[in-house]
Design a protein around this ligand. Structure first.
Ligand code: FES
Length: 106
């Protein structure tokens, strides 16, 4: 069931990059390419490192983990190279009045 919550104002996000957002005791890696936003869990599925410390690739639509170099699809969170084998969670979102809302449980 949809449960959208206000996450962050659009202008707080680094454009062509990734921003770590800590809300409700949970960390998100929020990628912005102009008006396009993607939200992933900030924790790499390989080991416990922050994905928001990595690099985004606009052409490949991936976020690279800085620690061992796995890349994750911004679309579905699937790893596109080793060593990570499991996806990271990707969240549904919407933007209204320059604010990003995330579909994040109760
Ligand atoms: S911790 Fe991310 S690839 Fe190893």
């Amino acid at each position: 069931m949809e449960n959208f919550k206000e996450l962050i104002e659009l202008n707080m996000l680094t454009n062509d990059g990734v921003t770590k957002v800590d809300r409700w005791g949970h960390c998100f890696a929020v990628v912005r390419f102009d008006e396009d936003i993607y939200i992933l869990d900030d924790r790499c599925s390989h080991q416990d490192y922050s994905l928001s410390l990595g690099e985004v690739d606009r052409d490949e639509m991936t976020l690279e983990c800085f620690k061992h170099g796995s890349t994750f699809s911004l679309i579905d969170g699937q790893p596109t190279c080793l060593p990570a084998r499991n996806p990271v969670k990707v969240y549904e979102l919407k933007i209204e009045n320059e604010v990003v809302y995330i579909n994040f449980g109760d």
